[in-house]
Ligand binder design. Structure first.
Ligand SMILES: Cc1cc2nc3c(=O)[nH]c(=O)nc-3n(C[C@H](O)[C@H](O)[C@H](O)COP(=O)(O)OP(=O)(O)OC[C@H]3O[C@@H](n4cnc5c(N)ncnc54)[C@H](O)[C@@H]3O)c2cc1C
Length: 365
């Protein structure tokens, strides 16, 4: 008999299991996939660590989380500085002085950029935004919206910006420095040796079974343990009895190329609406001093509407889905044996550091 059956060998499940095992509890972790690490899984292709379910950059401002992950991996000093390709014009992201000086060649100083942005916003100053398009225009004006926001956002959500709710974009930070670092947190990097190796280390001493789907045999799995921690989709757990929660899904097209350096950066966003993918990730740039000079691995990322059988990636955070989630949550609050955790169990987008922090708290650390 186990103290805990943990459904899902992703980050939440692995951290929870690690903590409970360290506390002397007997844990069994199962996953329906054939590998551990959930969506942060990475694997070697041509000597390059490939992020199979989308690029993952670890960043945090939580000292306890940073200390915790450093028990299981050393981190390199990678900082995420993506570039946007708009019909062949390249711009640095997030919006900063590099972006502004490229977009408006007469802009040289922060004061010039402030003035230009004020001019760009002026046209929309009186608007009370009714949709995402109006909200973005009001925040940054037409040039940035049309070249860097519109096409990308429409591909991501599969709907025109003027049909998307304005709350998706609450703020659009603009940086008046020449700083391309996407994240503001004091700690950032990629685990040397890959995310899978990090999770493997967390799971040392815990029994793990792969290719096992909890929902295929719920009763016999429940009989194995006193408590169940469930990190899969909450709506699926309840047989979609109130209906399906909506998600955005992703399709990845990965290719090995016979060139040493394809795009010179880890992430290139395609911000026009004609290019069908949202970005190309070139994995070797997450590492430093990669030894393979002749080959590279790239992944084109396509956004798509989720339907049953696909991997669920991003919850759709609108009022309708929030209300539906509340119905499932009400059921889950009544459970005495099962507890829901992680991004799918709680229907929230969470960065890795948030997932780790919650798993540490839930495990009583
Ligand atoms: C494209 C993308 C990019 C991201 N980039 C970043 C980033 O740069 N930085 C960052 O901090 N965060 C990033 N994230 C967020 C990060 O992926 C999550 O925080 C993290 O993976 C969540 O871990 P989890 O354990 O909650 O979920 P998961 O990793 O999804 O783990 C859940 C596991 O449960 C298993 N499972 C589900 N149902 C069952 C069942 N019935 N039986 C058995 N097993 C089951 C699944 O197979 C899965 O392995 C990104 C997310 C996406 C979608």
């Amino acid at each position: 008999m186990y103290d805990y059956l943990i459904v899902g060998a992703g980050l939440y499940g692995a951290v929870f299991a690690q903590q409970k095992t360290e506390q002397g509890k007997k844990c069994l972790v199962i996953d329906r996939r054939d590998h551990i690490a959930g969506n942060i899984y990475s694997e070697q292709i041509e000597g390059i660590e490939v992020h199979k379910y989308g690029p993952h950059i670890f960043h945090t401002d939580k000292e306890n989380v940073w200390e915790y992950v450093n028990r299981f991996a050393k981190f390199n000093h990678f900082t995420y500085c993506p570039v946007a390709d708009y019909r062949g014009e390249l711009y640095n992201l997030p919006f900063n002085m590099n972006t502004f000086t490229k977009m408006w060649p007469d802009v040289k100083t922060p004061a010039d950029a402030e003035k230009k942005l004020a001019e760009q916003r002026a046209e929309f100053a009186e608007i009370e935004p009714k949709n995402l398009e109006e909200q973005a225009l009001k925040l940054v004006g037409r040039d940035i919206y049309e070249k860097l926001i519109k096409g990308y956002t429409e591909k991501q959500w599969g709907r025109p910006c003027n049909e998307l709710p304005s709350f998706i974009i609450k703020r659009l930070p603009v940086r008046m420095t020449f700083d391309n670092n996407y994240f503001n947190h004091p700690h950032q990097g990629i685990p040397i040796g890959g995310y899978t190796a990090m999770v493997e280390k967390m799971l040392i001493g815990t029994e793990v079974r792969l290719d096992e789907d909890y929902l295929s045999n719920r009763e016999s799995y429940d009989a194995l343990a006193d408590k169940v921690i469930y990190t899969g989709q909450i709506d699926e757990y309840y047989g979609y009895q109130f209906g399906e929660l909506q998600y955005r899904s992703l399709r990845f097209e990965t290719e090995v190329l016979d060139v040493g350096n394809y795009q010179g950066v880890a992430g290139m966003n395609y911000t026009d609406s004609d290019t069908p993918f949202t970005r190309i990730v070139e994995h070797k740039h997450f590492e430093f001093g990669n030894r393979n000079p002749d080959k590279t691995v790239i992944t084109r990322e396509y956004s798509q509407t989720w339907s049953k059988g696909m991997d669920a990636y991003y919850p759709v955070n609108d009022a309708e889905n929030a209300a539906l989630y509340e119905k499932y949550k009400e059921l889950s609050d009544k459970e005495s044996k099962v507890r829901f955790g992680g991004r799918l169990g709680t229907y929230r987008y969470m960065d890795m550091d948030q997932v780790i922090n919650e798993a540490l708290m839930d495990a009583g650390a």
